[in-house]
Design a protein around this ligand. Structure first.
Ligand code: DSN
Length: 434
């Protein structure tokens, strides 16, 4: 789709969109949280639904004219429920952080205790970091991985939970390469009287494809983004798998009545933390969930994991240290200390070579978050382009070539040319799509 109207009316913005499309086409995109949405998803996002106010829920809106967007939101909700086997969903959160904000509002009061996965060990900012509302508003405590294994130890987490007695325990990570034992987490939550919240933003696509353990039967509440492995539009969602049991119940602030989580969570999204939902994005979520319900989505997700494992093995063979020794999912976390490189330098020089990664803290890092000792690599985006094990092994070699010659710009630019040639073999979007 050549966006001629944008081109005619605002060539300055058009040119920037075109340049970004070119960058995505010609770059080896290895940021673990990114992916390439389909043209259908992007079309829904660029539709007339952006014009519509629809505060409330289908059938219960604060605005007229919602008869079509009601159907769109119901479609998104029904597809999400069947994709994940959930009892209840809310598809309105504008982002993962917004979905998480609603969970805090629903289940925690200011000052209450959270036990979360330490950000510097692979967790997420919104799981209690002192610079985020979650850590500013609540008393955050953390569990982390073991130094020897790079993995979580459930006995240590149980001990920590018994000591802290948190109101809520969070699971979920942005840089953890292993799967979670949800049953053990639920056991700990039940033993300590805590809510259990899983933020599956990174792995939602792999979970939907049933390739990783399923948090839906175990966590009281689950949040996600929709644009990472799930490959939809940029946005968030909240799910509940065992709402009917309402085992802990939630006390409504005003009436003191024990309410269902669904009511509490719906109100925590709107009016609690958001105004009007983004109906064009909700339409795009419906399209993406429809795609994820197709059989080829599972084939794609299997390839995402195969590619990560193949790339990980190639790095290990070349003498790189992977945190936890490998991966079960879509990402790799490389500790560069034995290569005498910081994450910051590695990110910069790989960028010169048109390979996009991000610097990342490794567990027990000795560098600051602005420098770091590691890089994080993910396979979802390039797998969407059709790349398989041989291409990821080749990319590992190209990355090694760059990292072995940190000062040699000629090598970096030579690799950039090789990356461009590789990307041309796996076309993405036509020029100038929006
Ligand atoms: N910023 C995302 C990531 O890169 O993992 C998490 O929100």
């Amino acid at each position: 789709m050549i966006n001629t109207r944008l081109n005619e009316q605002d060539p300055e913005v058009f040119r920037l969109v075109e340049k970004e499309t070119e960058r995505q086409n010609q770059n080896a995109e290895m940021i673990a949280s990114e992916n390439f949405a389909s043209r259908a998803v992007m079309e829904a996002m660029g539709s007339s639904l952006t014009n519509k106010y629809a505060e409330g829920l289908p059938g219960k809106r604060y605005y007229g004219g919602c008869k079509f967007v009601d159907v769109v939101e119901d479609l998104a909700r029904d597809r999400a429920k069947s994709l994940f086997g959930a009892e209840w969903v809310n598809v309105q959160p504008h982002s993962g952080a917004q979905a998480n904000a609603a969970v805090y509002l629903a289940f925690m009061k200011p000052g209450e205790k959270l036990l979360g996965f330490d950000l510097s060990h692979g967790g997420h900012l919104t799981h209690g970091s002192p610079v985020n509302f979650s850590g500013i508003m609540h008393e955050a405590h953390f569990y982390g991985v073991e130094k020897e294994t790079g993995r979580l130890d459930m006995n240590r987490i149980r001990d920590k939970a018994k000591q802290v007695k948190p109101k809520m325990i969070s699971i979920g990570a942005s840089a953890y390469t292993r799967d979670f034992d949800y049953e053990a987490f639920r056991d700990i939550a039940d033993e300590t009287g805590a809510f259990l919240w899983m933020d599956m933003a990174h792995t939602a696509g792999l979970i939907a494809a049933r390739l990783l353990n399923d948090p839906i039967p175990w966590a009281h509440v689950i949040t996600t983004t929709t644009h990472k492995t799930l490959r939809g539009p940029r946005g968030g969602m909240i799910l509940v798998g065992r709402d009917k049991e309402n085992t802990l119940g939630v006390v409504a602030p005003k009436s003191g009545r024990v309410k269902n989580w669904s009511e509490v969570l719906d109100s925590a999204v709107f009016p609690g933390t958001q105004g009007g939902p983004l109906m064009h994005v909700i339409a795009a979520k419906a399209v993406a969930f429809g795609e994820a319900l197709q059989p080829d989505f599972k084939t794609y997700q299997k390839q995402v994991i195969r590619n990560a494992k193949a790339m990980g093995a190639a790095f290990v063979e070349m003498g790189y240290n992977l945190v936890s020794g490998g991966t079960d999912n879509h990402l790799l976390l490389i500790d560069l200390r034995n290569k005498n490189l910081t994450g910051k330098t590695a990110e910069q020089i790989l960028g010169r070579a048109e390979i996009t990664v991000n610097k990342n803290m490794v567990p027990f890092d000795t560098e600051s978050p602005f420098v770091t000792s590691g890089i994080r690599l993910g396979t979802p985006a390039l797998t969407t382009r059709g790349m398989k094990e041989p291409e990821f092994e080749y990319l590992a070699k190209l990355i090694n070539k760059v990292l072995s010659a940190p000062e040699d710009d000629t090598i970096h630019l030579g690799v950039a040319q090789e990356v461009k040639e590789l990307c041309e073999r796996f076309p993405l979007y036509d020029a100038a799509v929006v």
